[in-house]
Design a protein around this ligand. Structure first.
Ligand code: ADP
Ligand code: MG
Length: 824
């Protein structure tokens, strides 16, 4: 027939020799060391590569050599199979046209999912659209697209939401009402009946132990399909009707000479969309997994896979969909979760290496005696946590690789003084530092904080609102300037020029201003306050301008370690996990709905005593515009009906930056008593006189966010309070409210939050930057740490994945991190 040319593209001789030897030895599987199955797998793997004619390939695939199961056959079966195989080889060699498929005895009779190394028509690949699959029409493909599935590969990674355990067969006499059960039974009779006015099917089926009634609502056609004596596997919940057991619309499948898909096993349940039925999807998935999983190249280095006893990729994919048993299902999940975490860690770690290698930073000597003088001059001692973190920073500064560090610490834990110490170190070495804040008001706050912190160690020589110059601490005057939008053009120019000259040592401003408008003489160190992601963005922005400073990002949002390693795995992490002594505990109370008025009364009393209060408006999900409108309405209600004798301020996300700043300033200076705000309230703002935080609809916020709100108060000497109003809290929300009432520890709250709500919600949807994790759970600390340590180990061995055994991995990385551009 038409296979190209008559010469055989593969050498069948070694195989034939072995098969003949096996016959001679009496079919005891001793012809080859390691067993025939293993040999066949290897041989088939090579052979399949060399087959180009599709007909031959079909024939070849029918042999299922890649997953032969010779070892488990009886002697007679072995004999029969080897004979048929030898016959096949003979035909192949002689270029015989007859395909003789019928004579081949496929070996994959056992009921476990099989993974075939199947080669398909040339221009079809695993990245082809799903429509290449027989049985997927373009309309079905469109429905899959809705689920985010476009290619065959997507389908393989389209994992079931969960599995139903239909694996335990029960005799009919032992069925239990209310349980999910599986029976194997014969159909005695099946007929169409009416049930509640709907045309339905009723069947009586039986096994050796008894009979049971089965009904399928709304499905009259089945009656004709279920001929008497048909043998079925039925899985579903057992109900009771008029005192007798009945299956209502169970899954069913005929017992045939093939693997069960819908019943009698662990049955996958997929996410569905309109027009895709569970049965349909399952059937398609089974087909695809069987045909294509074998084509996924296992990109994990085999040394690693074996050492960690991970399943091979094709097997893992197949077991994730159609598991043989619970244990394999778990192992499949572990392997696939490891994939996700490992690729992620490789990605973030190489990003970090990128930063570090590309362009060396300036090593900064930390020997200057100035540091001791500065620390001695402070009105307090550093906490052990501050001390430890400062050492971590100084160690980074000394290196030629730029620092990329994320410093986490609760509000008030004293991050600023630590950052300042490092900035001074840079200045002592003749480098400039930048201190960036997300808002102007926070920049101003830093400017005045730094002034206070320096006042014990240095003399103020030059003093303007936006520029201080100190003597006595460094060998040259230490000049600190603040660059905010408010300053006049003239001042701005003065600051810009003096920064460019190198005359200003530390410039404080918003991220935007420093990135865009300032050229440095010698930028050595950048501190980015309050917003973890910024560290990364600022670095890129600064690098585009030709600087490669050490970068320290700081955040008051405690991030659970697993999440930090995942999302910020490219940064080193420091944590100040301890507050300075003597900090007050903020009294936190969850108020019942009826206590709203007493909460307002409490605010009035506090204001009467000269204090101030925040009120966080109820959370409205829809949009910022609607949120803003709701906030305006609430502000008006409170101004007119509740606090008519007080001065209120309003803050929401639709206001311009300068309007927001104005409102904050009024609040900080005490011109307004109560600040009504949407949840966008500025992080990190210091209003020591504010003693009350009232959070409306507190049940709708995460623990971390509630904790952030609470951190707005308790910044001064006075006892402070946090009141949480919850209209109608769910069970979970109650649990959250209980926790926050009882604990002040942000990290503990963050961990709880992650447990209760999951990572997506933890970060809020948009800014999450979370990778697509389907199998991995971030609660899986052990696996995450393993993935990280394996990633580090691999890079130590082969930094750029250049060794041949790492090529598949490099390819996979290029696929999942396309913008890295380093792997292809
Ligand atoms: P953060 O930026 O972490 O929220 P700050 O750096 O603004 O916290 O510090 C909060 C306040 O605590 C500041 O007034 C600071 O001077 C003070 N502070 C910092 N460290 C200590 C310490 N070790 N002991 C006492 N007070 C401290
Ligand atoms: Mg701060």
């Amino acid at each position: 027939m038409d296979y190209e040319g008559r010469t055989l593209p593969m050498n069948v001789e070694p195989l034939r020799k072995i098969l003949e030897l096996e016959c001679k030895k009496g079919y005891v599987d001793s012809a080859v060391i390691g067993g025939l199955d293993r040999f066949l797998r290897n041989w088939a793997g090579q052979a399949v590569e060399s087959i180009t004619a599709s007909q031959l390939l079909n024939l070849f695939n029918k042999l299922h050599l890649v997953n032969s199961d010779y070892a488990s056959l009886t002697k007679e079966q072995r004999q029969e199979w080897i004979n048929s195989l030898l016959g096949f080889l003979a035909r192949l060699e002689h270029g015989e046209e007859k395909r003789g498929e019928a004579k081949l005895i496929p070996l994959n009779r056992r009921s476990t999912p099989r993974v075939r190394a199947n080669r398909t028509v040339p221009n079809q690949s695993i990245d082809s659209p799903v429509t290449i699959i027989r049985g997927i029409s373009s309309s079905m493909a469109a429905r899959f697209n809705k689920l985010g599935v476009t290619t065959v590969r997507d389908l393989l990674y389209f994992f079931p939401r969960r599995h139903l355990d239909y694996s335990q067969r029960k005799p009919i006499s032992q069925l239990t009402e209310g349980r999910e059960e599986t029976i194997v039974a014969n159909v005695w009779q099946a007929q169409e009946i009416r049930l509640g006015g709907r045309r339905s099917t009723e069947a009586i089926v039986g096994d050796e132990t008894g009979n049971v009634r089965v009904v399928w609502f709304n499905n009259p056609y089945l009656a004709k399909n279920l001929t008497t004596n048909a043998r079925l596997v039925i899985s579903g919940r057992v109900s009771l009707f008029k005192g007798r057991h009945v299956f209502e619309s169970p899954e069913w499948e005929r017992v045939e000479d093939r693997e069960l898909i819908h019943v009698g096993r662990l049955v996958p349940l997929y996410s569905l969309t309109q027009g895709l039925s569970p049965r349909q999807v399952r059937k398609v998935m089974k087909e695809i997994v069987d045909q294509w999983a074998g084509q996924l190249a296992d990109f994990l280095p085999s040394e690693l896979r074996e050492r960690r006893k991970l399943l091979e990729l094709p097997q893992a994919i197949s077991q994730a969909h159609f598991p043989e048993d619970e244990a394999l299902k778990d192992r499949a999940r572990v392997r696939l979760a490891f994939n996700e975490l490992f690729l992620l860690q490789l990605g973030v770690l190489s990003k970090k290496r990128h930063w570090q290698e590309d362009q060396p930073a300036s090593p900064i000597s930390t020997k200057a005696p100035m540091l001791e003088v500065f620390l001695q001059s402070l009105p307090f001692e550093l906490t052990p946590a501050q001390d430890r973190v400062l050492k971590e920073l100084l160690a980074n500064l000394e290196e030629a690789q730029p620092m990329s560090r994320l410093l986490q610490g609760e509000v008030g834990s004293g991050k600023t003084v630590v950052a300042l110490a490092a900035l001074l170190m840079a200045a002592a070495n003749g480098y400039q530092g930048a201190f960036m804040a997300p808002t102007e008001i926070l920049a101003e706050q830093h400017f005045s904080t730094i002034h206070q912190l320096l006042s014990g160690a240095a003399y103020l020589e030059e003093k303007k609102d936006y520029l201080h110059s100190y003597s006595g601490l460094l060998s040259h005057p230490l000049t600190v300037a603040m660059l905010i939008g408010d300053v006049t053009q003239k001042r701005k120019r003065e600051i810009q020029e003096r920064v460019l000259d190198g005359d200003i040592d530390i410039v404080i401003g918003t991220h935007a201003l420093i990135q865009k408008e300032v050229e440095f003489h010698r930028l050595g160190f950048a501190v980015v306050d309050e917003q973890h992601r910024f560290g990364v963005e600022q670095r890129s922005a600064l690098r585009q301008k030709g600087y490669n400073p050490h970068v320290l990002a700081m955040t008051a949002t405690p991030i659970p370690r697993t999440l930090a390693l995942t999302v910020y795995g490219d940064l080193d992490l420091s944590v100040i996990d301890q507050l300075p002594p003597g900090r007050q505990v903020i009294k936190t109370k969850w108020l019942r709905p009826g206590q709203r008025d007493s909460a307002y009364a409490f605010i009035k009393r506090q204001v009467a005593e000269g204090h101030q209060a925040f009120i966080i408006c109820p959370l409205v999900e829809e949009s910022e515009a609607i949120q803003a409108r709701a906030a305006i309405a609430e502000y008006e209600r409170l101004s007119q009906e509740v606090f008519s004798e007080l001065r209120l301020g309003l803050l929401h996300g639709r206001m311009s930056a300068s309007d927001k700043d104005k409102v904050m300033r009024h609040f900080r200076s005490g011109e307004t008593n109560v600040l009504v705000t949407t949840p966008v309230v500025e992080v990190g703002i210091d209003v020591p006189n504010a003693t009350v935080m009232l959070v409306d609809s507190a049940d709708r916020f995460g623990l971390s966010q509630l904790h952030q709100f609470r951190g707005r108060v308790g910044r001064g000497q006075e006892q402070s309070y946090c009141m949480l109003l919850a209209q109608n809290p769910s069970e979970v929300a109650r649990a959250r409210l209980d926790i926050i009432e009882q604990t002040q520890d942000g990290f503990q709250l963050a961990e709880e939050d992650l447990k209760l709500r999951g990572p997506g919600e933890f970060f809020g949807t948009r800014q999450s930057g979370l990778p697509d994790l389907r199998m991995a759970k971030l609660s899986d600390v052990g696996l995450l740490e393993l993935a990280r340590s394996e990633a580090i180990r691999l890079f130590e061995k082969d930094k750029r994945l250049e060794q041949p055994e790492h090529h598949p991995l490099a390819k996979e990385l290029a696929r999942v991190w396309p913008d890295m551009g380093e792997w292809s």
